[in-house]
Design a protein around this ligand. Structure first.
Ligand code: NDP
Ligand SMILES: N[C@@H](C=O)C(=O)O
Length: 265
């Protein structure tokens, strides 16, 4: 792909609908060329055609199943080959409302492959070039259930906790090398996510946010330099406090002897 944009290319996974499609719209309007990744080629092509017309940006589509090793490898190869990629949006993900006892373990494994493995491998594919250039942006879509883990399916929530923890770690390893890392924690958002997850009524409940508002807030958070953005959390200082307490706890774990409450001589 030839880069005609000074902003470079943003590669967005899960761009055929929902939050990823809104990222595509907003980033094209911000001047990025795009590579749109998902399984549904017709939807990707329809979105790409509209955005080309509206923004004049270069938009390519890439059909890939990211719950499958071959699909992940296909996207990794594109990232390795294209030095014009300056932003990676790891958005593709699926959820479930089924309890651990109801859920099919093969579906859980596929969810782990998509929500964790694909996100990790694509980050590994993109980071070295970003570091070498001293610039680049990685946006990883987690969820508020990565913290409020008792909600929804346990494997889904844990996969989103992984994304949050991985983001902290990427921040530590990459921020000083010029790479921006943002982890976004949406709450319930009005997308097809809920049809796939098994609870369609959540798309229109009173706590559910529009995908447009979610993405606009997330990008405002990115512009403001936030490393973790939680659009639905009105008391932003509650997050700052909680994060500080987590960091303050870290040195307290370092003891050669078990705590007195365990009565080990
Ligand atoms: N909606 C919500 O309430 C919340 C969503 N999130 C997170 O936001 C992210 C986006 O979800 P959202 O937009 O809501 O959901 P949607 O179901 O609307 O969109 C999911 C996107 O991921 C793609 N996708 C799904 N499976 C695969 C796959 N195996 N390989 C490649 N692409 C895939 C879909 O495209 P296709 O089917 O064409 O492959 C689609 O483009 C997810 O990570 C989700 O966990 C977090 C918190 C709340
Ligand atoms: N974040 C949503 C799902 O991931 C929710 O809050 O239900």
């Amino acid at each position: 792909m030839t880069n005609t944009s000074p902003k470079g290319v943003a590669l967005i996974t899960g761009a055929s609908t929902g939050i990823g499609a809104i990222y595509a719209d907003r980033l094209a309007k911000r001047g990025y060329d795009l590579i749109l990744v998902a399984r549904n080629k017709d939807r990707l092509d329809t979105l790409a055609a509209r955005l080309r017309l509206e923004t004049g940006r270069q938009i390519t589509t890439l059909q890939a199943d990211l719950s499958d090793k071959a699909g992940i490898a296909k996207v990794e190869a594109v990232i390795h080959k294209d030095p014009s990629i300056t932003m990676l949006v790891n958005n593709a993900g699926v959820g479930s409302v089924a309890s651990i006892l109801q859920a099919n373990v093969d579906k859980m494994e596929a969810m782990i492959e998509l929500n964790i493995t694909a996100l990790t491998r694509l980050t590994y594919a993109a980071a070295p070039a970003f570091v070498e250039r001293g610039a680049g942006t990685i946006i990883n879509i987690s969820s508020v259930v990565g913290i409020a883990v008792e909600a929804l399916n346990g494997v889904y929530s844990a996969s989103k906790s992984y994304v949050l923890s991985f983001g902290h770690s990427l921040q530590k390893d990459l921020a000083e090398k010029g790479v921006r890392v943002q982890t976004v924690l949406p709450g319930a958002t009005a997308t097809e996510f809920w049809d796939v997850a098994g609870y369609a009524p959540q798309k229109s409940s009173e706590i559910t946010m529009r995908a447009e508002d979610l993405v606009d807030a997330a990008l405002a958070g990115l512009d403001a330099g936030e490393t973790v953005t939680i659009p639905g959390l009105h008391e932003g200082e509650a997050w700052t406090r909680w994060e500080q307490e987590r960091r303050d706890l870290a040195p307290k774990f370092r003891n050669p002897k078990p705590a007195a409450r365990y009565h080990v001589a």
